[in-house]
Every structure is written in structure tokens, then in C-alpha cells.
Design a protein around this ligand. Structure first.
Ligand code: Z5A
Length: 211
């Protein structure tokens, strides 16, 4: 049986890195083999693309280049890493995937949704089975991320950019309630962890029941 594909999404300082480890542990404890990965990145080529995309030195990168670069990373990621892992029966847990392109390049940068959808259909048609959206007010997320120090090229954007990112994430979650679970990431970490754990357990139980 092929594996399941789970993604974590959210804006600045939502806690994805923190929660990724928790989800992995939860799955491993149930005897599931998990491949943990991220976007942009996940392959040698993808990590090189990530360095380009996030480098604050590339201030002149246009939105079209940015969109194509994140999809170049993703096309490689799907073929080299995600699809083979799923075919081998492993579960794949990715820190961001295509929803991030709709949110950041679509919402944040204003790239047309149809253009992103066309790239998705061509370069990365694989869809996640479950997406955990860590949602929190932009100011709170920026304060958390800001406490970490130097910003990369995208983290340096203004609050309006991140408000548009958040709005697109929420719209996508509302449009696909079967795939998305919205987690209130503004809560204390212990509460966020408990909410994520409950969603993951419910998803695994559904999977075990053959759904
Ligand atoms: N990007 C894109 O534009 N298009 C695409 O298609 C894709 C990505 C795939 C890199 O992603 C950038 O790529 C990202 C979008 C763009 N740019 N931005 N901005 P990333 O996921 O690697 O980078 P990130 O969004 O900046 O993630 P992050 O910095 O790793 O943040 P996080 O994982 O969501 O948060 P965290 O590191 O787990 O937590 C941040 C801090 O808050 C940390 O000190 C925690 O201890 C703290 N924290 C976490 N949760 C809590 C709670 N609940 N209470 C209190 N404190 C907390």
C-alpha cells in the first residue's frame, strides 16, 4: 500500500519547525516509516534553489523568477524524493508544499492563481492527503520570527505581504475542508502540540480503518 503525504503550512513564526518534530514522533511511535523533508529544498538541487530564493542579496529577483524557482525545486522534489517514498509505502511529512506558492507567490506577490495552478498541474500534480495549517495573527508571528534575528529575503517583507499570505492560506483551507485542518497557532505551545497530536492521531486511525 502506498504511503500518505502530510504537509505543514503557515506564515511567519507559526511554529512549523517545532511541530514537524512532534508529528514525526507521533507517526514513528505508531510504527510508520516517515520521510521528513521541506520546501523549497528536500533534494540537492532543491536546497541549492532554496539558498537562491532566500538570499537577501537577490533583491532584484522578480516575482516570475521566484515562482519558477520554487516550482523547479518542487518538480525535482516530487520526482526524486516524494513519489518514490510514497510508492515504497513510507509516509512523507513536508515542511511546506504547493499551498505555500499560492499563499506567498499568489497572495504575497500577486502572481495570478491560474498561472500557479498551471505550474502545479504540470510540475507537481501530487496532492497532500492532509495539510495542517498553523494559523496565527501576523503581528504575533512576526514578533516570534523577529526574535530569532537576521531575516531572509522573504522574511524581510512587510506586514501587508504577510496579511495577504495568511488570507490565501485561510481561503484555501475553507475551500478544501477535507484536506486541511486549521490549528490555532496563537495558543501556548503545549496547546498547539495537543491540537496537532489529536489531528494526526485521528488521521492515522482513519488510515488504519482503510479510509
Ligand atoms: N516559500 C515560498 O515563498 N513559496 C513556496 O512555494 C515555498 C516556500 C515552499 C522558507 O520557508 C520561505 O520560503 C518562507 C516561505 C517561502 N518564507 N518566509 N517567510 P520556511 O518554512 O523554511 O521558513 P519560515 O516560514 O520562515 O519558517 P520558520 O522560520 O522555520 O518558522 P516556523 O517553522 O513556522 O516557526 P518555528 O521556528 O517553529 O518557531 C518560531 C519561533 O516561535 C521559535 O522561537 C519558537 O520557539 C516559537 N514558537 C513556536 N510556537 C510557539 C507558540 N505556540 N508559542 C510561543 N512561541 C512559539
Amino acid at each position: 500500500m502506498s504511503g500518505r503525504f502530510i504537509t505543514l503550512e503557515g506564515g511567519e513564526g507559526a511554529g512549523k519547525s517545532t511541530l514537524l518534530a512532534l508529528v514525526r514522533e507521533r507517526l514513528v511511535a505508531r510504527g510508520i516509516e516517515v520521510v521528513v523533508t521541506r520546501e523549497p529544498g528536500g533534494t540537492l538541487l532543491g536546497e541549492a534553489v532554496r539558498a537562491l530564493v532566500l538570499d537577501p542579496g537577490h533583491q532584484r529577483m522578480c516575482s516570475e523568477s521566484e515562482l519558477l524557482l520554487v516550482f523547479a525545486s518542487r518538480a525535482q522534489h516530487v520526482r526524486e524524493r516524494i513519489a518514490p517514498a510514497l510508492a515504497a509505502g513510507h509516509w512523507v511529512l513536508s515542511d511546506r508544499y504547493t499551498d505555500a506558492s499560492y499563499a506567498y507567490q499568489g497572495g504575497g506577490r500577486g502572481q495570478p492563481i491560474e498561472r500557479i495552478a498551471a505550474l502545479e498541474a504540470w510540475a507537481a500534480p501530487l496532492r497532500p492527503d492532509l495539510t495542517l495549517l498553523l494559523d496565527l495573527p501576523v503581528a504575533q508571528g512576526m514578533a516570534r520570527a523577529g526574535a530569532r534575528g537576521a531575516a531572509d529575503r522573504i522574511e524581510g517583507e512587510d506586514a501587508g505581504f504577510f496579511e495577504r499570505v495568511r488570507a490565501v492560506y485561510r481561503e484555501r483551507a475553507a475551500a478544501e475542508p477535507g484536506r486541511f485542518r486549521i490549528i490555532d497557532a496563537s495558543q501556548p505551545l503545549a496547546r498547539v502540540c495537543a491540537a496537532v497530536a489529536a489531528q494526526v492521531d485521528a488521521f492515522v486511525e482513519l488510515h488504519e480503518a482503510g479510509a
